[in-house]
Design a protein around this ligand. Sequence first.
Ligand code: PEP
Ligand code: MN
Length: 451
Amino acid sequence: MTVSAPGVGTDVTGLDSYRDRVALQQPTWPDAGALAAATAELAAAAPLVVPSAADHVRDRLAAVTRGEAFLLQGGDCAESFAEASVERVRNKVRTILQMAVVLTYGASMPVVKMGRMAGQYAKPRSSDTETRDGVTLPAYRGDMVNAFEFSEASRIPDPQRLVQAYRISGATLNVVRALTEGGFADLRRVHEWNQGFMQNPAYARYESTAAEIDRAIRFMDACGADFDALRTVEFFVAHEALLLDYERALSRVDPRTGAAYDTSGHFLWIGERTRQLDGAHVEFLSRVANPIGVKLGPTTAPDDALRLMDRLNPDGVAGRLTFVARMGAGKVREALPALVEAVRRDGRPVVWVTDPMHGNTITSDSGYKTRRFGDVLDEVAGFFEVHRAHGTVPGGLHVELTGDDVTEVLGGSEEIDDAGLARRYETLVDPRLNHQQSLEMAFQVAEMLRV
Ligand code: PEP
Ligand code: MN
């Protein structure tokens, strides 16, 4: 590997400048020596993603800013070490590939496919503690920090979990690469991806799309087309760059250019809770060359968006900066236009993505943290309406999903109701679309993209 760790104490790239800023949402590690040992191990480890691959993603996202491709980001709210099995990873990859097929075929638009995967192990929390039955313990902050189990020992932050997250992310990436480069993702297998899922309406609809694709492929075959390009797909990984101890330790200088990259993923984003202009997260990501995103909630002022562009993409490099709007179905039509218009007038390109999940979280009557599928779709519709009205590009979709038949989001054509949530509610943090709701969403978004 030709990528080297920056020399200790030199900070030629400013990668340590974030240490002078306030970093919100960091765990209180109990033992500084153990933390130093863990980060030293990561600093000496192989990168998960090489700089040229991150550059390539930036180029693909530049096409999104021009309306020539659509970005699909999806995966768990919080990955867990226990669920990094081949089967679970395959189910998620397959769901994203199926959504991408529906979007590509339905809207004749290339799709940039990206998992919230191989690093989505740290969570911001609204409270530092959690109380159950009169017992108060530190909050669960993701498998990279502590364990979900509600016991005193489990909730103590353990820096060795940073190393474990790196190793499991590497294993996850291996599976992703085997699937997407080894023929599993071959478009001629669109039917096979659907096997075992035939019972309900979204699957039947997917089957008929798959049959049309088959027909088109046979036609092209008869015309003598070369299908080598269909065998593999590009698939990228992204996560919230929340724990700066992890992100810093995996950052490397590219000897080709002297630029620094965060090699923990192709694409990193800053969450709604940590996007302060003078905060540590903005400072750190301003120093790495990866394509990056920032979540924007309904209280974002137009000037906040412009100042974030100044800090994170001052020269307006196309594909460098993505804004992920997560407004809520009831707010997107009021809150988004001023932001979109300010950015349009500024002229520096950004990728606009809708996250229709995080502004629509509710607690059901029986006490589950959930979302209504109808609200999720309505936010996406509002996002498209705003961009159509302003002549700007609705560039992508960011969703929390799983490839399994969980019951965490209300509604969809299976009509999951409050009682139905209990059937298979497995998420550690936020509710995810299940496989069938994800496909349903893709069909709806393909319609919106078509006009
Ligand atoms: C998330 O993506 O899981 C998340 C916490 O989102 P946000 O930062 O938008 O609240
Ligand atoms: Mn979430």
